[in-house]
Design a protein around this ligand. Structure first.
Ligand code: ZN
Length: 305
């Protein structure tokens, strides 16, 4: 029986494995004993499509981030169910989060938001015209930004909530309070949160999102720093894991220096104004080093059965 005998499925018509059928036959040696008829399983193109959709759902534009260098692993992998304080450039954050997200499968319930996203939902009962916060007002007018009815609607559902700091550019005294509320609510619900800042713009006195109470609340969270050449390391009294990306940064002919974040050029979140790396095509989701959960694992004896 050839693939042409099946009705067209919802796979990728260009897919060399299923030719658009969306499923592939289960190889003989993997069929359960006594199975009769045609046994199929979802094709990798279906899985890739669903993973891609989930990566974009969690953070619009994330799938276009550069893959990590071949063989490079991320210290964020395996931390998905823990509270974490991260310090790394926005570029490195996107690369590492993409690395994690494509490996977590299509159902990973993560969400990236920012101070502005939190403030937007916290102020949801205030009309756009009456909002006195320029960052929130700008976000309100973005057509493709997701707006929530309440702060809880934003912060409670995600399995992992990631709050990217340093996005807000104008001071609003409620910012730290709202972040604290989000962190405390997540703690109360026993759900993990990542707080992300940048080597050149750390959550410390002077940062728009800083408050002593917020600092005290997250003081015992594990910290991970991923520094590129040129980032300033900071000695932390509590100690933290530090990873240098240095020479491991993906490069195109060595011409691209590590991108450092600067406090004066905030990156937009969830609102469609994320700076995108124009050299990174969407299809890099499927670079050869990306592993998908459905791939059969090479386990002892598995091949000899
Ligand atoms: Zn396929």
């Amino acid at each position: 029986m050839s693939a042409a005998d099946y009705p067209q499925g919802d796979g990728n018509p260009e897919c060399p494995h299923c030719h658009g059928r969306g499923v592939v036959p289960v190889p003989k040696e993997q069929r359960p004993p006594f199975a009769i008829g045609d046994l199929t399983r979802p094709c990798t193109c279906i899985l890739a499509r669903d993973v891609l959709a989930n990566v974009e759902r969690g953070w619009k534009g994330l799938s276009k981030a550069d893959p990590l260098s071949h063989g490079e692993t991320s210290p964020l992998r395996g931390q998905e169910d823990k509270n974490l304080r991260l310090t790394l450039s926005n570029k490195a954050f996107r690369e590492h989060l993409r690395h994690v997200a494509v490996r977590m499968g299509p159902n990973w319930n993560f969400l990236v938001t920012s101070e502005v996203g939190l403030m937007d939902s916290w102020l949801s009962n205030i009309a756009t015209e009456e909002i006195e916060d320029p960052d929130v007002e700008r976000r309100r007018r973005m057509k493709d930004a997701t707006h929530y009815q309440t702060l809880i609607d934003l912060i409670e559902p995600p399995g992992l909530l990631i709050i990217l700091l340093g996005v807000k550019s104008t001071r609003n005294s409620a910012t730290a309070e709202v972040i604290l509320e989000a962190v405390q609510h997540r703690n109360y619900k026993d759900k993990p949160t990542w707080l992300v800042d940048q080597p050149m713009h750390r959550l410390a006195p002077g940062h728009l999102a800083y408050s002593p109470l917020l600092e005290a609340t997250v003081a015992d969270w594990p910290r991970v720093e991923i520094l590129a050449a040129g980032d300033t390391p900071q000695i932390s009294p509590g100690g933290f894991q530090q990873f240098s990306m240095g020479d491991d940064l993906p490069s195109t002919g060595g011409a691209v220096p590590p991108v450092l974040s600067t406090p004066s050029s905030p990156v937009g979140v969830g609102g469609g104004n994320i700076p995108e790396n124009k050299t990174a095509p969407t299809q890099n989701l499927l670079d050869s080093s990306d592993a998908f959960p459905s791939h059969p694992k090479k386990s002892k004896g598995g091949r000899n059965r």
